[in-house]
Unconditional design. Structure first.
Length: 346
């Protein structure tokens, strides 16, 4: 390994679950594609992500396949077609929790609680507004915007899964995606039975809120309790699910793009603002300290890339140059130009 290559063995994984990866392999094979050959081809299309910094996780290598999938396969709707053939098999404790839940509401509460067993990048939430329920299924990676092929595949997979656990009673009222509307949407209409809305704030499935109270014929309260305890143990065992790591990861995704207040971060992580503040205090930290550590690492990373000061300030979450300069002097005892000159960065 060269001195410039990151040591991937030192990355802390956010999840050890292979569920989504296994379903993808099966779907590729179902479409007549060789999963091994497809993944080998990813290296030829690999787009460099951000260099490893504090909190950079192996999870962030996942976008490489989805970025190259359409060109590798020659199908602009490959995400939809993978989702079409995917079977919502129960391969982990989260899947069995959904099946043992008393109703759809408890099933989705179980999914939101243990989403990081499936993937550390999930920022799933369930909102009910009147007669409409909205399941947010955002999946984030540092340095990448929402990935069209991945999210279209996941939206179809989740729709099938929710249909499976409701004996076919689940129905969509709407689908929302963060990515832009593609040139062709006929396959979206065919597979979802409606036209999704594109360019929204979240990736989400909308459905009748009344379905949340639908009893499950596979409900098993005793089994659900046992599975819940097992899932809690798995969640605790995921080093990357540590609150500080999760918060650093979230801040890395949102910094310079979305609000990073205590209230906003707490909502993303499933806390109240006071609850997150107390949890951080219990670990001897606070949001300001963690946010500054992420900003410091981001500033050095961008300065090394030769970005302009205004770009660095903006991407570190500063709306103006002057507060960025004051913060940088406080962090490193010199202005950013002096730091860059000392290292001989142009």
């Amino acid at each position: 390994m060269s001195a410039t290559e990151p040591d991937t063995n030192s990355f802390v994984p956010l999840t050890h679950s292979a569920t989504l990866r296994r379903l993808l392999y099966e779907a590729l094979a179902e479409l007549g594609l060789d999963p091994g050959r497809i993944y080998l081809g990813v290296n030829q299309h690999r787009r460099p992500g951000p260099p490893p910094v504090d909190g950079r996780l192996r999870h962030d290598d996942a976008p490489q396949f989805w970025l190259a999938a359409d060109s590798l396969v020659g199908d602009p709707d490959v995400g939809l077609h993978l989702g079409e053939v995917m079977k919502p098999r129960l391969l982990d404790v989260v899947g069995y929790l959904l099946l043992a839940s008393r109703d759809l509401g408890e099933a989705l509460a179980s999914f939101v609680r243990f989403q990081h067993i499936l993937s550390g990048g999930f920022v799933a939430q369930l909102h009910v507004e009147g007669a409409v329920a909205r399941l947010v299924i955002d999946l984030n990676y540092l340095g990448f915007s929402s990935l069209r092929q991945q999210m279209e595949c996941l939206a179809l997979l989740f729709t099938k899964l929710l249909g499976f656990i409701t004996d076919g009673d689940f129905r969509l009222d709407g689908v929302q995606f963060r990515h832009a509307r593609p040139a062709r949407v006929s396959e979206h209409q065919r597979l979802f039975g409606l036209l999704p809305v594109f360019g929204r704030e979240h990736d989400a499935l909308l459905f009748p809120a009344a379905l949340l109270k639908r009893p499950s014929r596979t409900a098993n309260p005793e089994m659900h309790q046992l599975l819940w305890q097992h899932a809690e143990a798995q969640l605790d065992a995921l080093v990357g699910n540590d609150l500080l790591n999760r918060l650093r990861y979230l801040l890395g995704v949102r910094l310079g793009k979305a609000e990073c207040s205590l209230e906003a971060c707490a909502a993303e992580l499933g806390f109240s603002a006071g609850g997150l503040q107390r949890a951080l205090a219990g670990q001897g930290s606070n949001l300001r300290r963690i946010r500054e550590s992420v900003q410091q690492a981001r500033a050095i990373e961008l300065l090394q890339e030769g970005r302009t000061m205004r770009e660095v300030a903006r991407d570190c979450g500063f709306s103006e140059l002057s507060p960025f300069y004051r913060a940088f002097r406080r962090w490193y005892g010199m202005p950013p130009e002096a730091w860059r000159a000392r290292l001989g960065v142009g």
